[in-house]
Design a protein around this ligand. Structure first.
Ligand code: NAD
Length: 473
């Protein structure tokens, strides 16, 4: 049982002005494993003031000074990989392979940002003008619970690469990961105020950051509903806003697909991060004439999918993060049944033999139509919908018929054909026959999956403003 009673402002661990204690759970056991003392709006203001003071000097640092800072941060976070992995397992319930990836991702993103910065030209020419890419100011960085450490490090890395300072509001449900990352970043010895970390509630700390006139930029990852409210609040002060929101990604299985490869890939795309992934492929579009064959292969594959103890190396689906999330997933499974979809795997309740923990049964529905609730709304759990289609045109139309547009997958033996289909999909990323991540490529959503892009040069530019200087050349 740990008590986390410090936040990080102006280079120091300080006791928050806020006094509310918030319970932290192990989702695999439902036991309280710790408590965090939450920051309040006053703490957020203090953090913003510190970041504003630091911006005056950080914005004038050279590229090589910032690269050196990012490398020190990378080393400090990498040194805590094992501790972070433990926290991710304990506090979030990520299965072994996922948890290890997440623990490494947190330090890797710092190095990736250093690489991008190395090659980035802050000054260029447009006609007779010199164009300088100038850091925006204080950045408010708000993260969700489904990859908290990675989002803290990734957003901070990009903000700092651009020359911005930061106030970070991590998910209140991930305070153990936040403590470890904060301690690591403190050890990297950056100037005071460059980054400030205030764990608190979204409605208080998050809202204060979104409204404060001294915050120039918000980078938010989380739900579409909260993203919209941040956009409304931020509009009062015309903040620049990057929103990474929800998804309902299609997996388009073309009629020539090899099911020995396509089915395992589709199941992994759907159940990744225990289904708690914005990029999860949750609508699987299958040619009607091969539907029965596909369903049979899916049943075999799901039977091999182990849901349960995240510490068991054979587990690929861990628990839902909270009771609220567990209940939400159960409700959607019930809605799917009530709306007439046909369960081909899983269903309501916990997996066989498990009677505690927020575990759900890996679930797949068939006979889903794209108008059903389970095909339209983000469930954020391991619940997939198979939707039959007639021809490729119909598959593309169904794929695009969603308010979201974060990611899509196209599976086919014919790469050129898959490429053509991918070019017609409205999504920020389309993966052809792969689940690989590319940190150099932009990431973000079309439509209600968000605004703006993260990663690579597009990511850096989201923290910069172009300024034209005339008469200087
Ligand atoms: P959430 O929107 O409930 O919370 C995200 C963060 O916003 C938390 O830190 C929360 O405290 C804060 N917040 C809540 N209300 C706020 C307010 N009024 N003002 C400012 N901040 C506020 O999301 P969650 O439940 O933590 O995460 C799950 C969601 O995140 C899913 O919808 C998922 O799709 C999305 N997500 C998107 C991406 C992406 O890159 N597109 C990645 C991961 C998760």
């Amino acid at each position: 049982m740990q008590l986390i009673d410090k936040i990080y402002i102006d280079g120091q661990f300080v006791t928050p002005h806020g006094s509310e204690l918030f319970d932290l759970f192990n989702p695999a056991t439902e036991q309280v494993i710790g408590r965090v003392r939450l920051a309040d709006a006053q703490d957020a203001q203090d953090a913003i003031s510190a970041a504003k003071r630091a911006f005056a000097s950080v914005s004038r640092t050279t590229k090589s000074e910032r690269i050196a800072m990012l490398k020190r941060m990378h080393e400090a976070v990498a040194a805590k990989e094992d501790e972070l992995y433990e926290a991710i397992t304990e506090e979030y319930g990520a299965p072994v392979s996922r948890g290890r990836w997440m623990a490494q991702h947190a330090s890797n993103v710092l190095l990736e940002a250093a690489k991008v910065l190395q090659d980035y030209a802050f000054t260029r020419r447009a006609g007779t003008a010199e164009v300088v890419m100038q850091p925006l100011g204080v950045a408010g960085l708000i993260t969700p619970w489904n990859s908290n450490a990675g989002f803290i490090c990734g957003k901070l890395a990009t903000a700092l690469a651009a020359g911005c300072t930061a106030v970070i509001k991590p998910s209140e449900m991930s305070a153990i990961q936040t403590r470890i990352v904060t301690e690591a970043l403190h050890e990297a010895g950056l100037p005071a105020g460059v980054f400030n970390i205030v764990t608190g509630r979204g409605e208080t700390v998050g809202a204060q950051i979104s409204a404060h006139p001294d915050v120039a930029k918000i980078s938010f990852t989380g739900s579409t509903a909260v993203g919209k409210s941040i956009l409304r609040t931020a509009s009062e002060t015309l903040k620049r806003v990057t929103l990474e929101l929800g998804g309902k990604s299609p997996v388009i299985v073309l009629d020539d697909a090899n099911f020995d490869e396509a089915v395992p890939l589709a199941i992994q795309a759907g159940f990744m991060n225990s289904g708690q992934a914005c990029i999860a492929g949750t609508r699987i579009l299958v040619p009607r004439e091969r539907l029965a064959e596909f369903e049979a292969r899916v049943q075999q594959e799901v039977a091999l999918t182990q849901a349960g103890d995240p510490r068991d190396p054979n587990t690929t689906v861990g628990p839902m993060v909270s009771q609220k999330q567990w209940e939400r997933v159960q409700r959607y499974i019930r809605i799917g049944i009530d709306e007439g979809a046909r369960l081909i795997a899983g269903g309501e309740g916990r997996p066989d033999g498990i009677d505690a923990g927020w575990f759900v049964r890996p679930t797949v529905f068939s006979d889903v139509t794209n108008t059903m609730t389970i095909a339209r709304e983000e469930i954020f759990g391991p619940v997939l919908s198979i939707i039959g289609y007639g021809d490729t045109e119909e598959a593309i139309a169904i794929g695009n018929d969603t308010p979201y547009g974060l990611q899509a997958y196209v599976l086919s033996r014919d790469k050129a054909r898959a490429h053509e289909v991918a070019s017609r999909i409205e999504a920020g990323r389309v993966l052809v026959n792969t689940l690989a991540h590319e940190p150099a490529a932009p990431f973000g959503g079309f439509k209600q999956s968000g605004i703006g892009r993260e990663y690579g040069t597009f990511g850096i530019e989201a923290f910069l403003e172009p300024k034209s200087l005339l008469g200087v050349l």
